[in-house]
Design a binder for this molecule. Sequence first.
Ligand code: ADP
Ligand code: ZN
Ligand code: ZN
Length: 723
Amino acid sequence: MSIVRVALPVPIPQLFDYSCDSATHEDIGRCVRVNFGRRQETGVIVDLPTESDIDPARLKPVEHLLREVPPLPGDWLALTAFVARYYHVPQGEVIALALPPDLRRADEVDDRDTDPLLALTPAGRQAHDEGGRPSKARHLLAQLQAAGPTRKSVLRTWPEGTACADLLRRRWIYAVRPQNPARTAGALPTLTDEQGQVIDTVAAHAGGFAAYLLQGVTGAGKTEVYLRLIERALAAGRQVLVLVPEIALTPQLEQRVVGRFPDADIVALHSGVADGARSRGFVRAMKGEADIVLGTRLAIFTPLPRLGLIVVDEEHDPSYKQQEGVRYSARDLAVWRARQREVPLVLGSATPSLESWRHAEQGRYTRLRLTQRAIATHLPTVRLIDTRRIKLEDGLSPALIKALGERLERREQSLLFLNRRGYAPVLSCPACDWISACPHCSANCVVHLKDRRLRCHHCGHDTSIPHACPECGNQDLKPLGRGTQKLEEGLVARFPEARILRVDRDAARSRKHWLELLARIHAGEADILVGTQMMAKGHDFPRLTLVGVIGADGALYAADFRAPERLFQQMMQVGGRAGRAALAGEVLIQTEFPDHPLFQCLQRQDTDAFARMALAEREEANFPPFTFQAMLSADAPVLDDALDFLTRASDCIRSDAPGGIFLYDPVPMRMTRLARRERAQLLVESASRAALQGFLSEWMRRLYRLGTARDVRWRMDVDPLDV
Ligand code: ADP
Ligand code: ZN
Ligand code: ZN
């Protein structure tokens, strides 16, 4: 009989031993189902120890050992073990997060591709070129011709997507892989000199680990650089992992990657991919069959036996950090993973995180620069519009109104950026000062006039807009402030001839809606886009020449020390949408603080000057990256219970804390109440990452023994983003 040591997804920081008659060392990394307490749990065998602390006669047997799927490889187990150690969470929880749904249930995975890439056959191309009577089928054919090879699941979301079966029947389209590798890749663009140099630098790398920070202005052609590097890796028989910050960005990048590498086996992994497809992709990657894995932060946990390159696009993006459960940073793990597997890593951004920028400055990362746009001759011009002494109409300055009018005349697109969805941030009663506070959070419910709802964007609380003030009965309630819906309303009244399209999470409720919106924008069906940060990232709309920014000032003096960094990155990103192709672009930023150094850097589009300034401020205040932080947070129905727990947590270690470890006092969080729970936090800091880690290990041991009072939940967040 063998003993197997299993990592289980339970909130207990240990591994569990079971007996298994047939297990051998070959089974390390295999999924098992076992009895745990009164329920069944699924876990992964991480070791085959020769003896157990538990009496062998009392070891419970494994219920099911999944042998139909290859075992998870050792380097993958090492990755999950590192995450468990560094973020101080049980390894079983990391594994449960990292595994796709079927494996998490220890179910078999059928790895046949049921979501193939579809492309035009020669007959389809002929049919398209010859044209014919307009029909759903021809319309869909034209879309596919324009978009290039596309996943069936995506195609079916297009306006005429139902004609897909019809096209297949007429043999106008076919599933590109794996049955028939006949395809065409378009002609490659000639690299710019800068792109060429960047690629040569990486290509000259002798092998082993290397980290590159690809700092390229918006529209510089970073994606083209990734594609060339991917091409080299594939030619060398290696697999490539590409991380993108948001699902919303994957369809476009996937299409470019697929268009470039039609015979490669490309796997998309993100939460928008259906469970079955995700499991299949994971297993194909693990078997070494997939060539390119493209995904959001979760994809960092893909086993890749032939891994040869990791790319992290928009590396500064905060969504690389998971904010619940296992609070890992996929960007940071990518660095660890590249070092573990001894492969090169490319971190790309127009506005690197201050952490990465500093690493490049210190020579820990090799900096690669793209200073020129690939197609457009210039970066957009940035103008600051001082709104202190002018009258705004519907939130718009005369200069911005004029600029919008000019774009309409020239039939170019404009984008108005306002990072606040809904109609107005709050409803108020002028008679008694009642406001639409959320009953469950320390936040206000946002007015959604279209469907006459009041919604909390934090907990989802949702009620109808009252006809009269609930406090005093006054019927004249006023929405205060401005969200995207109100901005849209003002624009419709002002520019009745313009086609105005709002793009925020309300308009793009699902992936399907989002893809439809993107298709409409690309098809030129909008003159003015009103968008939140969904619109800021990565998009390439050739006729977009004006970006107007509204309501950005709030972040300048926010309590969060990272707010200015985010604001700068976001402004650079959104500004970067303007004038990417042949037409020149212009960015107008409305602000009451035109002299603020951040806006001055923005006007010059000088990322380095901003980074230098922001880092000097961080150093002065001793904020990260000049110090390392961890945050213990607790929540409970009653604030005092959360604070009490943190006080006890602090007391249990304070007197033993080594020098150089700084424990702050427990305090309520900035947004104290969320979804009926009161939240508090305790920050711990050290100038040494190693010292902090050593301290956390000991502290966690004590915390698990501490016990909690009535309904208190707690968690540790290492390298927290929101403190
Ligand atoms: P970034 O990601 O750096 O903002 P992209 O990679 O999206 O920029 O490139 C911007 C535009 O320039 C895209 O339309 C891309 O196809 C085009 N492009 C990139 N490199 C070249 C090149 N060498 N020649 C011509 N066009 C290019
Ligand atoms: Zn009132
Ligand atoms: Zn709420």
